[in-house]
Design a protein around this ligand. Structure first.
Ligand SMILES: [Zn+2]
Length: 251
C-alpha cells in the first residue's frame, strides 16, 4: 500500500536523532551543522518540510518524533517554527505529507501541534469532544493513512476530560451532545463494572474510551491492511494537563 523506502535501520536511527534536534538549526547556541552537511541524512532533514515528511515512513520513527516533541514541550523548549510564506507555498505546491494522524479531544487545553511541538504539514489532526470515533472521524483517519501515507495513528485523550465526566455523571445531554456521551458510555459501563467511583471512575473511563477508539480504528479494513503489513501503527496516549506529559497506553 505504501511505497517502500530504502533507508537502513541505522540511517533511520540517525535520522531520528537528527530530526529530534533539527529545530536547533535556528537556536543561537547550537547552529553549527556545517560539518554534517555532507551526510545524506542531514541533507534530507534540512530539506523543505514536505520532503522531510516523505521520508518518515516508519511508525516507530514517527512515534519517536512525537515523544521527542512532547519532551521539548514539557521542558518549555519548543523548536522555532517556519511559518513563512515560503514554507506555506512549499506545502501548497508539493502537497501535505503528515507523518502522524492525531485523533484528539477538542478540549482547548489539549492542542496536538503544541504539545507534540510539531510544525506546519507534520500532523493530520482530527478533533472531536471525547476523542470518539464515528464513521466521519474514521473516514478522516482512513484518508490520511491511505492517501497521505501517514504511518502512525494516535488516539489522544486527557485527564479530567469534560466529555468523559459528563458521560460518567449520566445527566441528560441536550441537543446533539448525547451523540458524544452515548459513544463514551460503554467505556463508563466497563469502568463501573470494576467497582470504581469518583475520580478513579472518570480516569479509568477515559482510559477505556481511548482503547475503544483504537478498536474502532483497528476495525477498518483499510487500517487492517496497513497494520498487518507493519506499515501503520495505532497507539493510544493520555495527556496529563499539569505535567504537560503524555503517557503512551500500549507501549
Ligand atoms: Zn476532553
Amino acid at each position: 500500500m505504501r511505497k517502500v523506502l530504502s533507508y537502513s535501520g541505522a540511517a533511520l536511527l540517525s535520522l531520528t536523532i537528527i530530526l529530534s534536534g533539527c529545530g536547533s538549526q535556528t537556536s543561537p547556541k547550537n547552529n553549527d551543522q556545517s560539518s554534517d552537511v555532507a551526510n545524506p541524512a542531514v541533507q534530507q532533514v534540512i530539506a523543505p518540510v514536505y520532503k522531510r515528511a516523505e521520508i518518515i515512513s516508519s511508525p516507530d520513527v514517527a512515534k519517536q518524533l512525537l515523544i521527542d516533541g512532547n519532551s521539548r514541550f514539557v521542558a518549555g523548549k519548543p523548536l522555532s517554527k517556519d511559518l513563512s510564506a515560503t514554507r506555506r507555498t512549499d506545502l501548497m505546491k508539493n502537497g501535505q505529507h503528515p507523518f502522524a494522524v492525531i485523533v484528539s479531544c477538542s478540549d482547548s487545553r489539549v492542542p496536538p501541534e503544541l504539545l507534540f511541538d510539531q510544525a506546519l504539514g507534520d500532523l493530520f489532526v482530527i478533533r472531536v469532544a471525547g476523542n470518539v470515533i464515528t464513521p466521519v472521524e474514521l473516514g478522516s483517519v482512513e484518508y490520511a493513512v491511505e492517501h497521505l501515507k501517514a504511518p502512525l495513528v494516535v488516539v489522544l485523550g486527557h485527564e479530567e476530560c469534560g466529555a468523559v465526566t459528563a458521560a460518567v455523571q449520566g445527566s441528560v445531554a441536550h441537543g446533539n451532545i448525547a451523540a458524544i456521551t452515548d459513544k463514551i458510555k460503554p467505556a463508563v459501563d466497563a469502568a463501573k463494572a470494576m467497582g470504581l467511583t469518583g475520580k478513579d471512575l472518570i480516569e479509568k473511563s477515559a482510559d477505556i474510551n481511548i482503547q475503544n477508539a483504537m478498536k474502532d480504528i483497528s476495525g477498518s479494513s483499510i487500517m487492517k491492511e496497513g497494520v498487518e503489513s507493519k506499515q501503520v501503527k495505532i497507539i493510544g496516549a493520555k495527556y496529563d494537563q499539569d505535567e504537560g506529559a503524555l503517557k503512551l497506553m500500549n507501549d
